[in-house]
Structure formats: structure tokens, C-alpha cells
Design a protein around this ligand. Sequence first.
Ligand code: CA
Length: 221
Amino acid sequence: MGTIVVVEDDTNIADLVDMYLRREGFRVIQAGTGETGLAAIERERPRMLILDVGLPGSIDGLEVCRRVRAKQTLPVLMLTARDGEVDRILGLELGADDYVTKPFSPRELVARVKAILRRSDGTSGRNEVLMAGRVEVDVVRREARIDGEAVALASKEFQLLQFLAERPGRALSRQQLLDGVWGSGWYGDDRTVDAHVRQLRKKLGDALPLSTVWGMGYRLG
Ligand code: CA
């Protein structure tokens, strides 16, 4: 099932999460601080990251997420103690894939882990590299490339790009994009889609033939 890095300073919670994930066949690496967490990600190349927001030391969970996002499209599930943090966690700045609020049931956590992995890996039997204009969308490595050069995208940005690239030439409404990329359980709005499209346009430029369909949404190609 692959390796999951769990960054959580509360050992009771970390051990519980660890136990439930192992039961599902995952290999689990625990880290108690942001620093050791980042080192573990670097070393282990995990399939996913579970990250507590409140961590001791100079790097909290939000900062770990930001640093991971700057480099790669590793799926991130955040553990938070306060609902007030949710907007930031799922927003553009951090772009985590999902979150659970403490106290949470380990079963729910496992279900969310699986859902995230299904969404991010839901590619079996499909073309491994899609072309969107001059952009190569590598769904196995979760990487976008222009002329062979990788472009750093946040996880949701990549998922949006992939969703569009799998439906070339089709006009897609913002609601379809929200449902397809964020999942129907997420209460986002049109601005979420627009903001991510802006990021894709900024990062991929002319190489991406993404047009706005007035009054509706977007079309690729
Ligand atoms: Ca904590």
C-alpha cells in the first residue's frame, strides 16, 4: 500500500493512527516535529503525509505543508484542533487535500486517507502522460512538464489540470470542476476554481490552451 509519514507530537494520537494504517497495509513512519517530519519526507518519499497543525519547535504543521507544497504534489491530510483553521488549510496558500478535526475517529481518518489516495491515484488503466497543449500531464508521477522541465504545482492545481486534460475540448462548469476535483462533500465556491485556474495560467502560461467559457466555466484545448 505504500508509506505514509505521520507528523504528530502527541504520541497517543500518532500511535493510534499508526496502528490503524498498518492494519490497512500501509508502512508508517512517525515524526514528532516539523524538522524530523521534513527529513522523513525527503528520505522516505512517502505516498502521503498526515500532518498535525500544532507542532513543537520552530516549524509548525502549516509551515511543513507550505514547504512540501513548494516542492512536490504529495497528498496531505491535516489534523487540526480548531475548525477556524480549515479555510487556510484547504485554501490556496497551503492547499492540503483534506483535514480532520480532533478528536476524530481512526476509522474516519482511514476512510479519508483512502479517498485521497483514490482521488490522487485514480489513474489505473488510463494514459500515463496526457498532453494539454505543450504541457505534459504525467498522472503517475503527478508532475506537469513543459519541454521536459517540471513545473511545481500544488496538489489541487495538478488535480484540476488532470481533470481538464482528461476531458479535452469539453466546456466544464465550475460546479463540475468543484465536484470532480474537490469532491462533492466540500463546500467550496466558484472563486476556488477561478483562483486555481489563475495559478495554472500563471505557472503554465501560453503552453496551456485553457479558455474561459463565458458564464459557465472553462475548456482545455
Ligand atoms: Ca500537536
